[in-house]
Design a protein around this ligand. Structure first.
Ligand code: NDP
Length: 460
């Protein structure tokens, strides 16, 4: 029997999220016989309960400021704007259904077999598929685990009243008073979103300042800008218990404060979605963070079983899972030796209001790493807000290794920071110097030109 005929598939992917779908399509394009099992929705967290609906809601929330800003530019609005939550929610759902369809057509178009089933490893080359009709077994030369992560909520009295990020998008009623627990991406984004949509919005964070691993100045600037927009920030406290109070929820904080709200979101991190995968059958153990250890070829300790994305160590970001999928396919199906992924210059945006865009090292991390660094930073009122009357400010910052002049970090807080930092990330990844930035001609009048016109050293 030939190697190909030995198994029904060359690659069997468990999980049709960003990483799984990309790997399946690319492997199929390379000539592999590929199948995917998914028992939930196509597109995974990002498309269904993550990046996509979050960004749509963030756009919706930004209109709040835009209506106010427009008045200074002479626009006369018919009256106070109000939000119809059901329209936003249902339009979002329609868009996601459209994207689910696109994912299905992409897979089918690539010749990938799709199983609407729950899959479990039953051997190094076999998977059990459970559907409502019963269970079957399929064989594959390689099996890719791409089941992503799942929101995690700490245990405290009444924690069952807290929603997680899978549940927050489809609320029946708009929460006039909203509370989010946590100080990471999801917490700051949702505090901003519901604030912008018109809720009284509270963020509860256990330590003194949110966004732990980010540049300290970025964290402080974001705190001040979010507070100016009306988000109620409660630092150095945690939820002690939640009790229902009629249709509302009473949230008791460890500082003794009591907040009455209509919805609570726990944005307290995610865990790798490994339950029920059958890892124990094959002796695949998890690391101390609950992730699946893999080598640079994305192989687990059982070489025919691969894993990527949020299941494995590294930033829990869709573009990282996509990049890993491309690498994996290059290794195993295109038989090339791709350059290892550079995890040190992965740009990221946080869609709080205003947005954060960042690439490379924070000032604090750069101080640890280099003998001497130079900081160039500016904060200013963007030209847009000269007429709008808004007091929103913008922060831009470059961190330079003094010995080599290389820009090792770039940070921004302000409108469309993610859009802007993507281009800067190319320069930082390429290892360009501050002199290269200085020799680049600016585009006037933009806020982005500040990144090439910051000539005065702010500090060493
Ligand atoms: P994060 O890991 O970013 O943040 C979790 C937060 O919860 C931290 O502030 C943490 O506090 C806090 N926390 C943890 N345990 C407890 C506890 N027992 N009680 C109180 N607070 C607690 O997770 P998120 O849920 O915000 O997001 C998950 C991941 O999804 C992100 O890390 C990111 O990779 C990804 N994501 C990316 C987005 C983007 O690219 N824009 C958007 C949304 C999510 P502490 O800081 O003290 O540890």
């Amino acid at each position: 029997m030939s190697a190909d005929a030995e198994y029904e598939y060359d690659l069997f992917v468990i999980g049709a999220g960003s990483g799984g779908v990309r790997a399946a399509r690319m492997a199929a394009a390379a000539g592999a016989r590929v199948a995917v099992a998914e028992d939930r929705y196509l597109g995974g967290t990002c498309v269904n309960v993550g990046c996509v609906p979050k960004k749509l809601y963030s756009y919706a929330a930004h209109f709040h400021d835009s209506f106010d800003d427009a008045i200074g530019y002479g626009w006369q609005l018919p009256g106070p704007a109000s939000l119809d939550w059901a329209t936003l929610r249902d339009n979002k759902t329609s868009e996601i259904k459209r994207l689910n369809g696109i994912y299905q057509r992409l897979l089918e178009g690539a010749g990938v077999t799709l199983f609407n089933a729950r899959a479990k490893l039953s051997g190094p080359h076999s998977v059990d598929l459970a559907t409502e009709e019963g269970s079957t077994q399929v064989s594959a030369r390689q099996i890719l685990l791409a089941t992503g992560g799942w929101p995690w909520t700490p245990d405290f009295p009444g924690s069952e009243y807290a929603l997680n990020s899978n549940q927050i998008f489809d609320l029946d009623r708009f929460p006039e008073r909203f509370l989010v627990l946590g100080g990471g991406y999801i917490a700051v984004e949702f505090a901003s979103i519901f604030n912008g949509l018109g809720s009284e919005s509270h963020l509860i964070y256990r330590n003194e300042l949110f966004l732990k691993a980010f540049d300290q100045e970025v964290r402080e600037f974001t705190r001040d800008e979010m507070a100016k927009k009306g988000v109620k920030l409660h630092f150095g406290t945690n939820i002690k218990r939640i009790e229902p109070h009629g249709a509302a929820l009473n949230v008791y904080l460890t500082t003794g404060e009591l907040l009455e709200v209509d919805a609570v979101l726990a944005a307290t991190g995610r865990k790798a979605n490994t339950q029920g995968l059958g890892l124990e059958t094959l002796g695949i153990e998890l690391d101390e963070n609950g992730k699946i250890p893999v080598n640079e070829r994305y192989e687990t300790r059982v070489p025919s079983i691969l894993a990527l994305g949020d299941l494995t160590d590294g930033p829990e970001l869709t573009p990282v899972a996509l990049a890993e999928a491309m690498q994996l396919v290059d290794h195993h199906f295109n038989h090339t030796e791709p350059m290892p992924l550079d995890y040190t210059t992965i740009p990221t945006a946080v869609f709080c209001h205003p947005n954060i865009g960042t690439v490379g090292l924070s000032e604090e991390a750069a101080r640890e790493k280099f003998a001497s660094i130079r900081i160039y930073r500016t904060d200013f009122k963007p030209m847009k807000h000269t007429l709008s009357g808004s007091t929103e400010r913008m922060l831009m910052k470059l961190i330079v290794d003094d010995a080599t002049d290389v820009v090792v970090g770039a940070h921004m807080v302000g409108e469309e920071a993610g859009e802007l930092i993507q281009g800067i990330a190319i320069a930082v990844r390429a290892g360009l110097t501050k002199n290269d930035f200085d020799r680049t001609v600016g585009i006037h009048p933009t806020v982005a030109e500040e990144f090439v016109t910051m000539r005065t050293l702010s500090r060493y």
